[in-house]
Design a protein around this ligand. Sequence first.
Ligand code: ADP
Ligand code: XUL
Length: 516
Amino acid sequence: MYLGLDASTQSISAVIIDPNTSAIIATESINFGSELPQYSAPSGFIPDGQDGEVHTDPSMWLDALDLLLHRLNSNGADLSKIKTISGAGQQHASVYLSEAFHSALETLDSRSSLSEQLKPTFTRTTSPIWMDSSTAEECAEITQQVPSILEISGSVATMRFTGSQIRKFYKQDPDQYQKTDIIHLNSSFLSSIIAGSSSSIDTGDGAGMNLMDLATSTWHLGLLDATAPNLSDKLPPIQPAGTYISMISSYFVEKYGFSPDCQALSWTGDNPASLVGMGAASIGKMVISLGTSDTLFSAIPEPVTDPNGYGHVFGNPIVPGGYMTLLCFSNGSLARERLKNDAQLSWTDFETEALSETPIGNNGKLAAAFYAPETTPKLDSNNVHTNGWDFDTAPSSIKVRALLEGQFLNIRLHSKWMNISPENILITGGASANSGIAQTIANVFNAPTKRLASNASSVSVGAAIIAALSDGHDYEELTKQFCQTEEHATAPQNGAEAHTAQLREFDALIDSLVTE
Ligand code: ADP
Ligand code: XUL
């Protein structure tokens, strides 16, 4: 059996798969906000950061990992049968550790918790995460040093990416930066913990740092130099996802009953793992993921450049030399939740209001609900922008449709350059369960939407597949077993024309905001 872990923004989840019986043996999830309220991070990050700063306490991830494995164990999963473990982390988030990290890992004591033992090794008490938009200055400085950053790394200098975050830390606290022995991503941090020794970073997640040379999958010395001094000494090596690191740490053997022969493998990022878990790692499929962020991604054979600078190219986690392209929209589930809470609706009301009480196209009422700073388009914002109507006083049915159509028009608008027209759009992530949302995407893109048939998370399934691949299983076969899509797609409802006209107007709305 193979264990896949998913350390995402709001929760950490696990899935155990058994390719011999094609069965999903167990799933489990710990929500940070509700299960670890002591961290005061209801949505997985510390609220009210200043000047665009969004950080979280990495101890929370450690306590959640302990709790997740405890829960799996006490709910009857036989962890001694797990042969290999891989995982996926929210992308871009970084953890800063002293030299003591290495010895602390080697001597983890199962009588105490992970956080108690590892917290003293943090040189930066909090971790910047992907929602952070506080590093405009650092991005400009790095770009000035290395103007070809897009061609080298697959992305323009991007605020949520790790490079500019590292530079900010170095500028703000050079002493602590100097005391930092190693900088891990969320993914390589947690894979290090499972292994009991420092892990590599993979090419899927590594490409989200603005530090990796995409062509060679190695750190780019010019980018490292432009970011912070001696950075090459502080980064783990780059290796493919699913690379063997070591046997599992004895901490997990003693505490949760893993076999000492269980192998700990390197992890990847949540979006690259989702590409695998959706059965979309080969060319020609397109996925929209509706997690905390909304993302659109697709496997591609060669790097392609978004003329607007929003698209990213990452390494494909299971196709050597292959790539994936990704767009990220920050105002995803939390924007939908904000309206749901403000209008006192349930998710079921949300479905009905979006579907039955308003016409497709919303009688021309458009909205761009950027309650928080948006990455695509890049915009510092804290409210809803409309094409001339008052969002606050409108009936909730009109608001819901405007918000949803606006979110998916924004995705369609910014993905036009990709020129992909897949037969189906594969949808995943927490909000994909909502039939109103599945329908609105089908309408806006004028293409059927499909989910996975199982309701397991595609990120943890992808991570479990990476674990199984390293033990000799075949991807095509695993895809047939674990990535089947539901039988009936959600078909578009005559919306194409309405939405083509709407797309032009939405484009004008976005233009007016960006140039304001
Ligand atoms: P992440 O992996 O980024 O932590 P998930 O993929 O687990 O996020 O998605 C969590 C989000 O899913 C929640 O913020 C919630 O708003 C959304 N969600 C859950 N159920 C529904 C639903 N029925 N309709 C719409 N959104 C939902
Ligand atoms: C992708 C991104 C987010 C995070 C959290 O670039 O920033 O999707 O991976 O899910």
